[in-house]
Structure formats: structure tokens, C-alpha cells
Ligand binder design. Structure first.
Ligand code: UDP
Length: 463
């Protein structure tokens, strides 16, 4: 499904863009989709990457790759840091702290090499969470744009952390306030803020998010993997409050994320899906980093079977805590109706006509991929922005059911039936179809996403 974007605003290939994604699946996918998109518009592409979660460079013969930063994957600095249990994320803290000199050195070399090739490095595009890169870019007079890989709504909520902290939400002792409406975000309840899992705007994670917001605002432009019609009020706020121009482009509408998958995708699902009736299969996946304990895993499995719907379930190795995959399930447990795989070509699966709904952890890529294919959702957020995405999709876009009370088989089965087949879920299925249509319309000449992409290309060309 590589829908090559029409090149209406093509530049000559003498302008190079340097990309620096965060080395995690949910960040690599949108960055490489964006790189593909800008390549299709005539720019040359260099991708900076770490050793850890190295992208499959052979899938991108048209890009130049440059290894940077973590020479030693066993470096003990990557453990024993704030995100304990998600050790991989600790690179965020380490490199934001001490990555500047090496990045500056690499960028200087790349800029020099470009000059020798009669090229010009137009700009650096980094993940917003690499906040240290703003000062590096400034010191080289290199324009820096950021890719924010979550929603505008999430960005605005993160920008309000100090306010949430002052209001006592982040470390709430008083349980009677859980259903209080959040100031400035009327669709949120205090319990949604707590579900983010961040304790203070002044601890290391809070500071990192604060720096992310600050250096995003200081950048020369913000690119969001989204579209205007999805988050209209938030677009207005961002335009009003932030000087840097924003560009909203729904990447899944342009390129699949398959070529940047870090795990092998099981493509045998397609002949199986081809045999299923339209809208009859529930696709279940909770992203690349979530974990559940054995009890919850079994509750999920029972909920799926009890729903009596056909399902395709991604159980990523490591998803169930402990050294197991699906050994907890008795032989034949999922029966005829279920299929379990380790990793799927998710975007293409969601595009398959057999898929009727998506049970998701509400990571932003998964959310947008579902929206772009008109697939309604059941949402079980684990942490961070997932809770905000789930709340927005259930209460604002109204394209899914928010399962916010943990894992309970009856509740799970009932939510699945509601979104897949029950009469009372028809408005959800209809809203999902309408939203997909809006995404499609936004891509047509004159549509919001079309214009956003054109202005991004013109903007970068002007550097
Ligand atoms: N994904 C995939 N195969 C799977 C499950 C997920 O290719 O079996 C991809 C999915 O299409 C998405 C990314 O992994 O692009 C997950 O990103 P998301 O933001 O949804 O969640 P995260 O993993 O960052 O929590």
C-alpha cells in the first residue's frame, strides 16, 4: 500500500534534510514515513540513528544513514534511571544530557560533505523529545523543525503540566477529586491526568517533558502526524499560542510503516483474513512497549473468547511479564475463531476489509492508523499519552469505547460486542467511517492536509 504522493511541489535533489528519530518503534515509524514523504518531494535524506533499535537500513536504499551516539549498548548509564522497567527509554535522559558535542560534530561533518557535493543541508528534523538538539542546531545556524509524534491535544496537555501540578492533580491524595473536571481541558477528568503516570512537573520525567515543550516552541516549525479535522479546536490553540508554524499531515495516508518495523511482521495473516467476511474480525494489539501480568493476560484471553467474535491478536514476545509467550493458554483455548501472532503488518491489517474493530492501547500511531482506515476502537490505555488519546477518541471524536477500569472479562466482552456488532454501537461505527472520509477529503488539492504538506515543502525549500 505504498501510495506514492503526487509531487506537485517538487524541488531539485540538491537540498538535504537530516532526520533524527527517537529509537523506539512508535517514534521511528512516523519519522521514516515523513522522510519518505519529503524524499518524494525531491529532498535528499540523511537519517541519524543509534545502535539500539537500529532501523532496517536495507529497506531504504534511497536514504543515507549515519550511526551516532551509543557505541556500547550495554552501557550501564542506560539502566538505573528514572524509567525503571522500561530501561530502553533511559537513552532519552542520557543523550539529552550529554549528546550535544557528538551531535554537533556529526552535523558539522555532514554540512561540510554536502557543500563538497554541491548540496545544501536545509534543516534538521528531530523528534520533539530530543530537546537537546535545539541548542546544537542554533550553534550551527541550522534550522531545526520538530516532529511531535503524538496529538496536538497531548502536546497542549503536556504544556500544562506545571498548572496540573499546582492544582495538585499529579500527586493526588484526595480520592474524592478524581471525577473533577480539569481546568482548561473540559473533556478531561482528574483521573485521566493521574493515568498519565507522571508524578511531578519537577522530577526528571516532568523536567524532560517541560524541556520538550520549551524547545519545541523554540524550533522553527512543528510537524504533527495528524490532520486538522481531527483536532480542530486544538489546532486553533496551537496557532494562537505558538509562534513556530505547525504542519499537520496524516502520514498513514501516504506511506505504510511496514518498512520501518523493528520486528518481523507475520504476513501469513493475509490469506487468513481474505477468508473472513467483511467487518467480522477484531484486531487486537497493544503496541511495542506495553506489558501485562499473567492474571491480566488470562482475563484478556477470556474476554476475547467470551465476546464470540473472530479475532487476530498480536502477542508480542515480552508482552506477558516473565519468560513466556502464550504458554498460559491451554491448547485449543482460542478455538476456531482466534488467531495469535507475534507481530503483524498492522497498518495493512487495519486496511483489510475483514477488520471490524481494533482493540488498542491507544498509542498515537495506532490511533491514527485506525482513524485513517475508518476502524472503530476499543481503548485500553496503559500509560502516558495513551490515556489522553483514548479519552479524546471516546468523548470527542466518538469513534470508540474507553475501557478504563482495568481488565475484567465481562466488561471486555461487552465492549467488543458493542463496537463490533451491537445496535448501540452503530453510531460509533458510523463516526469512524465519517472521520476516515474527512481524512481522505483533507488530502485532495485544496484540503487541509494537502495544503499543509505543500506549505511544509515550500517552507523547507526556503531555507
Ligand atoms: N505495529 C506493527 N505491528 C504490530 C503492532 C504494532 O507494525 O503487530 C506498529 C503500529 O503500526 C504502529 C507502531 O507499531 O505504527 C506502534 O506505535 P504506537 O504509537 O501505536 O504505540 P507504541 O508502540 O509507541 O506504544
Amino acid at each position: 500500500m505504498e501510495t506514492q504522493t503526487e509531487t506537485t511541489n517538487t524541488v531539485r535533489r540538491n537540498q538535504r534534510i537530516i532526520f533524527f528519530p527517537l529509537p523506539y518503534q512508535g517514534h521511528i515509524n512516523p519519522m521514516l514515513q515523513l522522510a519518505n514523504l519529503l524524499y518524494s518531494k525531491g529532498f535528499s535524506i540523511t537519517i541519524l540513528h543509534t545502535n539500539f533499535n537500529k532501523p532496517k537500513t536495507s529497506n531504504y536504499p534511497h536514504f543515507t544513514f549515519k550511526f551516532i551516539l551509543d557505541n556500547d549498548p550495554h552501557d550501564e548509564r542506560y539502566s538505573n534511571l528514572p524509567l525503571h522497567g522500561m530501561g530502553a527509554f533511559n537513552r532519552l535522559f542520557v543523550f539529552n544530557e550529554d549528546g550535544a558535542d557528538e551531535l554537533r560534530h556529526e552535523l558539522e561533518l555532514l554540512m561540510l560533505a554536502s557543500k563538497e557535493d554541491d548540496e545544501h543541508v536545509s534543516c534538521l528534523i528531530t523528534d520533539a523529545l530530543w530537546h537537546f538538539t535545539q541548542s546544537v542546531a542554533d550553534s550551527l545556524n541550522l534550522p531545526r523543525l520538530v516532529l511531535r509524534t503524538s496529538s496536538l491535544f497531548c502536546f497542549l496537555a503536556y504544556a500544562s503540566f506545571p498548572v496540573f501540578d499546582d492544582l495538585g492533580y499529579l500527586n493526588l491524595a484526595d480520592q474524592t477529586r478524581l471525577d473533577e473536571q480539569v481546568a482548561e481541558f473540559p473533556m478531561l477528568k482528574v483521573r485521566d491526568i493521574i493515568k498519565l503516570g507522571f508524578k511531578s512537573s519537577k522530577d526528571s520525567i516532568g523536567m524532560m517533558l517541560g524541556n520538550m515543550v520549551k524547545q519545541t516552541k523554540a524550533s522553527l516549525g512543528i510537524i504533527f502526524n495528524s490532520f486538522k479535522e481531527l483536532e480542530e479546536p486544538e489546532v486553533e490553540t496551537v496557532i494562537r499560542d505558538i509562534l513556530a508554524p505547525s504542519f499537520l499531515i496524516p502520514f498513514p495516508k501516504h506511506f505504510t510503516a511496514s518498512s520501518s518495523s523493528l520486528l518481523d511482521q507475520d504476513r501469513t495473516v493475509f490469506p487468513w483474513l481474505d477468508q473472513q467476511p467483511p467487518n467480522s474480525v477484531l484486531y487486537v494489539s497493544f503496541g511495542s512497549t506495553t506489558e501485562v501480568d499473567e492474571k491480566d493476560f488470562l482475563e484478556i484471553a477470556h474476554g476475547l473468547v467470551d465476546s464470540e467474535q473472530t479475532f487476530l491478536w498480536v502477542v508480542r514476545p515480552g508482552y506477558v511479564k516473565g519468560p513466556i509467550w502464550i504458554e498460559l493458554l491451554d491448547d485449543g483455548f482460542v478455538g476456531e475463531k482466534g488467531r495469535i501472532v507475534k507481530w503483524a503488518p498492522q497498518q495493512e491489517v487495519l486496511a483489510h476489509e475483514a477488520i471490524g474493530a481494533f482493540w488498542t492501547h491507544s498509542g498515537w500511531n495506532s490511533t491514527l492508523e485506525s482513524v485513517c482506515e475508518g476502524v472503530p476502537m476499543i481503548m485500553s490505555p496503559f500509560m502516558g499519552d495513551q490515556a489522553l488519546n483514548a479519552r479524546y477518541m471516546s468523548d470527542v471524536s466518538k469513534v470508540g469505547v474507553y475501557l478504563g477500569n482495568g481488565w475484567e472479562r465481562r466488561e471486555i466482552a461487552s465492549a467488543i460486542r458493542k463496537v463490533m456488532v451491537d445496535e448501540e454501537g452503530e453510531h460509533i461505527r458510523e463516526n469512524a467511517r465519517d472521520l476516515k472520509q474527512k481524512a481522505d477529503d483533507s488530502l485532495v488539492k485544496g484540503g487541509s492536509s494537502y495544503e499543509s504538506l505543500e506549505s511544509l515543502v515550500a517552507y523547507i525549500s526556503s531555507f
